[in-house]
Ligand binder design. Structure first.
Ligand SMILES: C[S@@+](CC[C@H](N)C(=O)[O-])C[C@H]1O[C@@H](n2cnc3c(N)ncnc32)[C@H](O)[C@@H]1O
Ligand SMILES: Nc1nc2[nH]cc(C(=O)O)c2c(=O)[nH]1
Ligand code: SF4
Ligand SMILES: [Mg+2]
Length: 229
């Protein structure tokens, strides 16, 4: 996207479906603790059994790219967050996501949360502008084997793969998949909220490789299981 276009009046006419926009502390993954504006898109192509944002499947409103940028700016006014987290639902399903990324990357660092099921290079050709949190869905999600292997080839410094684990079977499958992926990729193992974290911590100490870290969903320990935080 060239500079003239991303600053053009046409951004008023490009629409996306947005579920919610809010300011919070990143609670997941390698950028945990960073103050971020979250932009959550509507729709998802998967249906993970334990998904904590099922409300994003159907609830949303149409907003132009100008309105999204303006809304993020207003929410962040006086707070100085330097990051935007694009999440959902599945952000890659929005047809103009690359235009939004071009526009936001003029002002912010961007973290993309994606399910790993869609070809990132195809849906977001300008993905080099974002840090990527790419999920690898495990058996308990009901979405196992949806991972698109091409996504590994798009990974760069600062990107990571996240395995959300609900039980020991998920954990063991994760260990096998991590071994296949190799040592050069950063890995986050994240327990499903409410599951037995001590058991998973013991298993992690026992078996996890050095490129993996176990991380909890911080925002739920701060605020509980409510939306928009
Ligand atoms: C709601 S999803 C949205 C982005 C994208 N659809 C994905 O799955 O990565 C954001 C992150 O929350 C994780 N997640 C969803 N429900 C969870 C739960 N109950 N416990 C732990 N992590 C969860 C997902 O696995 C994903 O890493
Ligand atoms: N604080 C906070 N951190 C998050 N990291 C990933 C989130 C998500 O729902 O994608 C999320 C969220 O909803 N809130
Ligand atoms: S892919 Fe993400 S948003 Fe979609 S159902 Fe799974 S966790 Fe929820
Ligand atoms: Mg993700």
């Amino acid at each position: 996207m060239n500079w003239k276009f991303i600053n053009s009046p046409y951004l008023r006419f490009l629409k996306m479906y947005i579920n919610e926009i809010f300011l919070s502390i990143q609670g997941e993954g390698l950028y945990s603790g960073e103050k971020m504006v979250f932009i959550r898109t509507e729709y998802c192509n998967l249906r993970c059994s334990w998904c904590d944002t099922k409300y994003s499947f159907y609830e949303g409103k149409e907003m132009s790219i100008d309105e999204i940028v303006e809304s993020a700016r207003n929410i962040n006014s006086g707070h100085g967050a330097s990051w935007i987290c694009l999440t959902g639902g599945e952000p890659l399903l929005q047809k103009d996501i690359s235009v939004l990324v071009d526009r936001l990357s003029e002002e912010y660092n961007i973290l993309l949360e994606t399910s790993g099921s869609l070809d990132i290079g195809r849906f977001l050709p300008n993905h080099v502008k974002v840090k990527k949190d790419i999920d690898f869905k495990l058996p308990s999600s009901g979405m196992y084997r949806k991972f698109n292997d091409k996504n590994i080839s798009y990974m760069e410094e600062g990107d990571y793969i996240k395995f959300v684990v609900n039980d020991l079977n998920d954990f063991n499958v994760a260990m096998e998949e991590i071994e296949k992926i190799g040592k050069n990729v950063k890995i986050v193992v994240q327990p499903v909220y409410g599951t037995d974290i001590k058991m998973l911590a013991d298993a992690f100490i026992d078996k996890a490789p050095s490129n993996a870290r176990l991380m909890l969903q911080e925002h739920k320990y701060i605020y509980g299981e409510i939306r928009g935080v």
